[in-house]
Design a protein around this ligand. Structure first.
Ligand SMILES: Cc1cc2nc3c(=O)[nH]c(=O)nc-3n(C[C@H](O)[C@H](O)[C@H](O)COP(=O)(O)O)c2cc1C
Length: 329
């Protein structure tokens, strides 16, 4: 099996799993900018076991795409194991490793015993990891949080149990589940996990710019860095983080035209996947536009866009507006 310690020496920057965001179009753009590994959106093991088309759609890859980690969620060891095995067969060489979601705090997930609810039931979490590890030949990793209840840091002890159960690496988001996204991520909690286990640890939470990738690595000793929200509308964060980690000057933030050009490509890549209707692009477009002159006025128009052509019209207007702005008109 792949040695994850060696793997993360050359694959330091990870695009996080983000439901509704991390599809193959977005993953492709992040890889181009320097993400070494990308995660799929979380995929329901139960949904896959029913051959649910919408669930299977989440596993689609871009042409030639590789270094993809598939993230499964669920709480039934047998279903998780059988679906992990199916994914391994299906994805072949594109699959980097399998990840198990034990960090999602969303009510509709935890109410079924999935996601971060598993941090409250470490015995079941262990059974899941054991079952999945026995069913696949790829490495199995676990992503979890600082703990469930605010103020009760269970992550280091939980991490040891995941390691004993066979997890090949662990990704830790330094917030409690009950915290959702409030407050800030506690990187020292990641450091305590790192000290508690010998498998590689991925640091996650509030890495907002290139320099933060260096800061979280120095603060926690983590083996790799995972970025989620800062990459929304901003795949360039990976190029910046890559330069910062190499001790080089970070490339400058892209200007308006470069941002819009990437937004256009994003729309096209999405359209290759989704066909004519790419309403999914709306939120991405908002993110690419954030802070651009004229963006606030364009929001409503974006919310009416359906096709690549619709988006192009708004993008054209934004570029024209930015040019006028730059010319001081
Ligand atoms: C829109 C969105 C969707 C997310 N979906 C998932 C998911 O499917 N699986 C998961 O493990 N974490 C998910 N997360 C959590 C992120 O992977 C990450 O742990 C968290 O956002 C903290 O990192 P950040 O500060 O870089 O955003 C999601 C976060 C966001 C904002």
């Amino acid at each position: 099996m792949m040695d994850m310690r060696a793997f993360f020496k050359t694959h330091r920057l990870l695009l996080a799993p983000m439901a509704g965001v991390s599809d193959e179009a977005f993953r492709t753009l992040c890889r181009e900018q320097g993400a070494d590994v990308t995660y799929t959106e979380m995929v329901s093991a139960k949904g896959l076991s029913y051959a649910n088309e919408k669930t299977r759609h989440l596993l689609r890859l871009a042409p030639g795409e590789d270094q993809v980690a598939v993230q499964l969620f669920g709480h039934e060891p047998d279903t998780m194991a059988s679906q992990a095995a199916w994914i391994e067969d299906e994805m072949g060489a594109s699959l980097a490793y399998l990840d198990i979601n034990m960090g999602c705090p969303a009510r509709k997930i935890v109410s079924k015993g999935d996601g971060s609810a598993l941090m409250k039931d470490p015995d079941l979490a262990v059974s899941i990891v054991r079952a999945v590890c026995a069913a696949v030949s790829h490495p199995v990793t676990v992503k979890f949080r600082r703990g469930w209840a605010e103020g009760v840091e269970t992550a280091p002890a939980f991490a040891r149990r995941m390691e004993d159960a066979g997890a090949a690496a662990l990704a830790v988001h330094g917030r409690y589940a009950e915290q959702l996204y409030r407050g800030s991520a506690e990187w020292d909690a990641i450091a305590r996990v790192k000290q508690a286990v010998s498998v590689p640890v991925v640091g996650n939470g509030d890495v907002k710019r290139g320099a933060d990738a260096v800061a979280i690595t120095e603060r926690t000793g983590c083996d790799a860095v995972m970025i989620a929200r800062a990459a929304e509308g901003n795949p360039w964060v990976f190029a910046q983080a890559k330069a910062a980690l190499a001790g080089e000057a970070e490339p400058e933030a892209p200007g308006v035209e470069e941002r819009i050009a990437l937004a256009r490509r994003h729309a096209r890549l999405l359209s290759e996947r989704e066909g004519k209707n790419i309403v999914r692009m709306r939120k991405h477009a908002m993110w690419y536009m954030a802070g651009i002159p004229g963006a606030a006025a364009a929001r409503e128009k974006i919310n009416a866009c359906v096709s690549v052509e619709d988006f192009d019209v708004v993008f054209d207007e934004l570029v024209a507006c930015a040019r006028e702005h730059a010319a001081g008109v």
